[in-house]
Design a protein around this ligand. Structure first.
Ligand SMILES: NC(=O)c1ccc[n+]([C@@H]2O[C@H](COP(=O)([O-])OP(=O)(O)OC[C@H]3O[C@@H](n4cnc5c(N)ncnc54)[C@H](O)[C@@H]3O)[C@@H](O)[C@H]2O)c1
Length: 360
């Protein structure tokens, strides 16, 4: 299939492109390489994918640019869309709410419009476990309401689900929304805890554990995310004939629209997660325990049974194994001195920031 992957230079996007290329699809990538985090990492991911699986088309476009996206769809007319581009990050959304409106709301509307004008077999888009917000009953089920987001990031992801439903209902666009649960692995995002913590531990700096490290997080290894995603690509939703408006199921519809959780289903306390990182890095962490941060949800745990029924797959990589693979990549990408001395202290963080994985 000719598949558009938005956010192709991002963490999940790059892994997705690699897998689709290996499966023989024609991949068209879009990304604006914005500076939310070091764009050199995005460039390095693209080089890595090309080295592993050959070249693919990649355009630098901002999804918020409606005219450019319309023209792109008119020209390329993809058969399927995997929409992963977004302004991510919960904490950043407290200070920069407009970035979420531009990329996540306007950007997604432009994708929906493209799929309306040039119909696709399937639109899969990234939602997030953060939509569960103030819900506390775990495991989180897609069949229960999630209407109390705690950040603009979460609100924008919930809005995406609703926008997709209206387009699916009006224009019969088959849409699947995937609520990802804390994804980690090689080529991860530097604003997320695996890289933040691994760097702090490697450099001997204290790392901050919010909510005194008592959060439970349902970590999901990147390969499990990608396996679920590619299995769903060939299975666009049909509409649920049993759906009834007097007892509406939040995860399905009469329209060809559905939602799934993708999560490892084995939540781990942050303290235990730090202990595993210490084991793989061979160094002890200096931990600073802090109170709960505004916008953070307490615990996350996915009920991924509906995903398993639909895809025949359940996430299988345990956190210990996944962190081992992550640390192997981390050591390659962020080659830090083993022992910090007054002479190399400055050099260690400079190397971490500026040394991309194999320069071109
Ligand atoms: N990583 C996780 O744990 C996680 C959890 C839940 C949901 N998600 C969602 O999964 C998707 C992928 O996340 P990720 O971790 O790979 O993030 P990422 O930031 O690494 O990737 C997103 C990519 O989209 C691009 N992008 C952002 N705004 C754009 C715009 N306006 N136009 C074009 N490109 C744009 C960025 O440059 C980036 O390369 C996102 O929608 C995110 O919200 C991720």
């Amino acid at each position: 299939m000719k598949v558009l992957v938005t956010g192709a230079a991002g963490f999940i996007g790059a892994h997705c492109v690699l897998r689709l290329l290996r499966d023989g699809h024609q991949v068209l990538g879009l990304d604006n390489f914005n500076g939310y985090y070091d764009p050199a990492l995005k460039e390095a991911r693209v080089r890595w994918v090309r080295e592993q699986a050959g070249d693919f088309a990649l355009e630098r476009l901002d999804l918020a640019d409606g005219v450019a996206i319309d023209q792109w769809f008119a020209r390329e007319q993809p058969e399927a869309v995997i929409h992963l581009a977004a302004q991510a990050g919960v904490r950043y959304s407290l200070e920069n709410p407009r970035a979420y409106v531009d990329s996540n709301l306007t950007g997604f509307l432009n994708i929906l419009e493209g799929c309306r004008q040039y119909p696709v077999r399937h639109l899969i888009y990234a939602s997030s476990s953060s939509v569960y917000g103030a819900n506390t009953r775990t495991p989180y089920s897609v069949h229960e309401g999630a209407d109390h987001p705690l950040s603009m990031y979460a609100a924008s992801k919930k809005a995406n689900e609703l926008m997709a439903h209206s387009y699916s209902h009006l224009f019969a666009i088959p849409c699947t929304g995937l609520r990802f649960f804390t994804v980690y692995g090689p080529w991860g995002r530097p604003d997320m805890s695996p890289i933040q913590f691994a760097r702090a531990i490697s450099e001997g700096r204290p790392l901050q554990l919010f909510n005194h490290g008592l959060h439970l997080r349902d970590f999901t290894y990147i390969d499990d995310i990608i396996e679920s995603l590619v299995r769903l690509l060939d299975r666009p939703p049909q509409g649920n004939p049993q759906w009834a408006g007097d007892a509406p199921d939040p995860a399905t519809s009469l329209a060809p629209w559905c939602l799934y959780n993708i999560g490892g289903q084995r939540p781990v306390a942050l303290k235990a997660y730090v202990a595993l990182l210490e084991k793989h890095l061979g160094r002890q962490a200096r931990v600073e325990l802090l109170p709960l941060q505004p916008g953070d949800v307490l615990d996350t745990c996915a009920d991924a049974a509906p995903l398993e029924r639909a895809s025949g797959f359940r996430p299988r990589i345990a956190l210990d194994e996944g962190l081992g693979r992550f640390v192997a990549w981390f050591r390659d990408y962020y080659p830090l001195p083993d022992v910090e001395t007054p002479q190399n202290r400055g050099a260690s963080s400079a190397a971490a920031t500026h040394k991309p994985w194999r320069t071109p």
